[in-house]
Ligand binder design. Structure first.
Ligand code: NAP
Ligand code: ZN
Length: 351
């Protein structure tokens, strides 16, 4: 066991605050990583505040982790002390089911998330990346390029893969007309990735002030989704729309924009359910409503390599860990450009 320090939510109603705990012994297949930067995902906020009604306290959020290897177990082959390394949303899975065999560990029924999941090693819950170090089995540790800004790489581990995976699954590329709904952490990565894949990208936002940024990030067009006239111009025209909005809203205006056989894929996991879609939108054009969960380990590595090749990182605002509660309040207002990343060195200031 080794001592670790973190910021944790003590309950749904209290702000995150300094918390000490222990990481497990480094086993033969484990990699121990000093965490340098950790992104702030809206899922962290949903979990810290028990919006999904499954939080076990204390919650140490954080699943966009980048850092440097401190030590490795005897059987680890792909990493050595001093290497850069990253961890995303998953730290374990059964390894045998059809999902694991296909490299889609995120769909394994026994998958273990990086935080707030039962941890068979400790008998407690898993504790995430708002901490100074983490111990993770090698299979779930990713390689990152030393050519990219490390802090700006962190959000690729959730926001990047969560948008990359559905864009690939629905075969987005040159000739596709793709919509991205919501310009937050996930949405801005969706815009960058869909653009790099060669699609015609339309960004849907509720924030007119984000239009210029959306174009800079790679959107060909920007639509203010509350403006029905602007929406009407795009009826029956999209191959694929990826919806990253973190709150319940009416999906019908987006379904109506899909071509025959087009797909609206949901990434957002809001606290409250969306109103049911009008099934006429599905039936009369054989449209599909789908969902997608992060991405598997092989695809996460593929995404990281794709981002290194195309020089893609997140647009970030680097914060001290002491500012994470303020960052949460700003995230709720949609006031993030476009991902908060915690500089974990500021945690050591506190120790
Ligand atoms: P975020 O940075 O807060 O972005 C969400 C965006 O949604 C906002 O920037 C805003 O964009 C838009 N929005 C419109 N109305 C909103 C409202 N009433 N409340 C909040 N946002 C609103 O969040 P994120 O980190 O990208 O995460 C988005 C959602 O995806 C969350 O629910 C998160 O839990 C979920 N998630 C899912 C997966 C998965 O595997 N499926 C993985 C990670 C996260 P505009 O200002 O442009 O309208
Ligand atoms: Zn996330």
């Amino acid at each position: 066991m080794s001592k670790a320090i973190s910021y944790a939510a003590p309950s749904a109603k209290e702000p995150l605050s300094f918390f000490q705990f222990e990481r497990r012994e480094v086993g033969p297949k484990d990699v121990q990583i000093e965490i340098l930067f950790c992104g702030v995902c809206h899922s962290d906020l949903h979990t810290a505040r028990n919006e999904w009604q499954n939080s076990v306290y204390p919650v140490i959020p954080g699943h966009e982790i980048v850092g440097r290897v401190m030590s490795v177990g005897a059987e680890v082959q792909g990493f050595k002390a001093g290497d850069l390394a990253a961890v995303g949303c998953l730290v374990d899975s059964c390894g045998n089911c059809p999902e694991c065999s296909d490299g889609l560990e995120q769909y394994c029924d026994q998958g273990v998330y990086t935080y707030n999941s039962p941890d068979k090693h400790t008998g407690k819950m898993t504790y995430g990346g708002y901490s100074n170090q983490i111990v993770v089995q090698e299979h779930f540790v990713l390689h990152i390029s030393d050519k990219l800004d490390l802090a700006a790489v962190a959000p690729l581990l959730c926001a990047g893969i969560t948008t990359y995976s559905p864009l690939r699954h629905w075969k987005v590329g040159p000739g596709s007309k793709v919509g991205i709904v919501g310009l937050g952490g996930l949405g801005h990565m969706g815009v960058k990735l869909a653009h790099a894949m060669g699609a015609h990208v339309v960004l849907f936002t509720t924030s007119p002030g984000k239009a210029a940024d959306a174009k800079r990030l790679g959107a060909d067009e920007v639509v203010i989704s509350k403006n029905a006239d602007e929406m009407d111009k795009h009826v029956n025209s999209f191959d694929f729309i990826l919806n990253t909005v973190a709150a319940a809203h009416n999906l019908d205006p987006f379904l109506a924009l899909l071509k025959r056989d087009g797909t609206l894929c949901l990434n957002g996991v809001p606290e409250h359910a969306h109103p049911s879609p009008n099934i006429a939108h599905l039936i009369f054009k054989r449209r599909q409503l789908a969902g997608s969960l992060i991405g598997g380990i092989p695809e996460t590595q593929e995404m990281l390599d794709f981002c290194a090749e195309h020089n893609i990182t997140s647009d970030i605002e680097l914060i001290a860990i002491q500012d994470v509660n303020t960052a949460y309040e700003r995230m709720i207002k949609g006031d993030v450009k476009y991902r908060f990343v915690i500089d974990m060195a500021t945690l050591n200031d506190q120790a």
